[in-house]
Design a protein around this ligand. Structure first.
Ligand code: NAI
Ligand code: OAA
Length: 323
């Protein structure tokens, strides 16, 4: 790996701020550095935590050999001029909880942190990770008033990666040959699409019987909870951080990746004024295009059911924030 990337040699290093550097945020910071992608500002409300993590990451540089900088801070002024802001601040769920039960605690945190960060980086693209994801992305957009293209929720990449992993395990094939796509909300009503999921171009519906696909779909829907139950002390973070990394990289390297993310819909799929998981092209300006797949009646109904629940939760969040 080169010590300095081309952009650094030309005197420019992109800057990513991560707000809330617990499990997901700190793992993401490490990935961004180790892949020599950008300088990272780590911000948390707990004094000492982001400073300690940044120092630890700086000390690892001599071994992982990259030339990016890490700054740890509790002061938003230190995040100024960021190209991307990632919000991973907020509580994770405990065993037995749904993601929606985090709404009350995390709504205030997301609104406050998004506002503070964008005040110092008005040109940034905002990636929201905090749960319940689709609602938090909507609240962050409203709080910052950023153009919708520059507000993106991370969930579909993760849910699709899980579906991909379960298909690869079931068939005993290399995960490199499996592509999978999951739309809808980041919850039990998410919409995995077996018809559009393939092993090297062959739809999985040709390779796996219907009952087994149903089982894999159900495991994907409960993928986050499965890990929460196993760990008992928090939720998944390696795959969530890797999924967020993919989005950060797609933006900074202008890769035009076709991935499902929570994007703002204005009529696409018959939905309005909502952030929910749909296939998008992600590049330098954020969500560059929303793709409208041909869905069956059952798939579109499932998407609308998920949307209905997200809308109800947005209303609940609005009244919580008003009080
Ligand atoms: N969208 C997705 O697919 C995923 C979402 N998540 C969500 O991401 C969030 C973070 O998860 P973890 O990193 O595991 O949690 P964590 O508890 O390890 O880290 C959260 C961090 O946020 C900080 N924080 C809380 N309030 C803050 C504030 N007002 N300002 C600055 N920092 C603040 C805490 O001090 C803590 O360091 C959770 O809500 C979790 O449910 C997690 C995995 C996947
Ligand atoms: O399950 C959780 O609470 C964390 C999360 O969103 C995931 O891992 O998909």
């Amino acid at each position: 790996m080169p010590i300095a990337s081309t952009s650094q040699l030309l005197g420019y290093s992109p800057r990513v701020t991560i707000i809330g550097v617990g499990k997901v945020g700190s793992t993401l910071a490490q990935q961004i550095g180790e892949k020599n992608l950008a300088d990272v500002v780590l911000l948390d409300e707990v004094e000492g935590l982001p400073q300690g993590l940044a120092l630890d990451l700086m000390e690892a540089k001599g071994i992982s050999l990259h030339s990016r900088q890490f700054i740890g801070t509790t002061n938003y002024a230190d995040t100024a001029g960021s190209d991307i802001v990632v919000i991973t601040a907020g509580q994770p769920r405990k065993p037995g909880m749904s993601r929606d039960e985090l709404l009350k605690t995390n709504a205030k945190i997301v609104v406050e942190t998004a506002k503070n960060a964008i005040a110092y980086s008005p040109n940034a693209i905002l990636i929201v990770v905090t749960n319940p994801l689709d609602v938090m992305t909507y609240l962050a957009w409203q709080a910052t008033q950023l153009p919708t293209q520059r507000v993106i929720g991370m969930a579909g990449v993760l849910d699709s990666a899980r579906f991909q992993a379960f298909v690869a395990m079931e068939l005993g094939v290399s995960i490199a040959d499996v592509r999978a796509i999951v739309l809808g909300s980041h919850g039990d009503l998410m919409v995995p699409l077996p018809r559009y999921s393939t092993v090297n171009g062959i739809p999985i519906t040709e390779l796996i019987d219907a009952a087994t696909i149903d089982r894999l779909v159900e495991r994907t829907r409960k993928g986050g909870a499965e890990i929460v139950e196993l760990m008992q002390t928090g939720s998944a973070y390696f795959a969530p951080a890797a999924s967020t990394y993919l989005m950060v990289e797609a933006i900074l390297l202008n890769q035009s990746r076709l991935v499902p993310v929570a994007a703002y819909l204005q009529g696409e799929y018959g939905l309005h004024d909502i952030f929910i998981g749909v296939p998008t092209l992600i590049g330098a300006s954020g969500v560059e295009q929303i793709l409208e797949l041909k869905l069956t009646n059952a798939e579109i109904s499932a998407l609308h059911l998920a949307a209905q629940q997200v809308k109800q939760n947005i209303e609940q969040a609005r009244s919580l924030l008003a009080n």
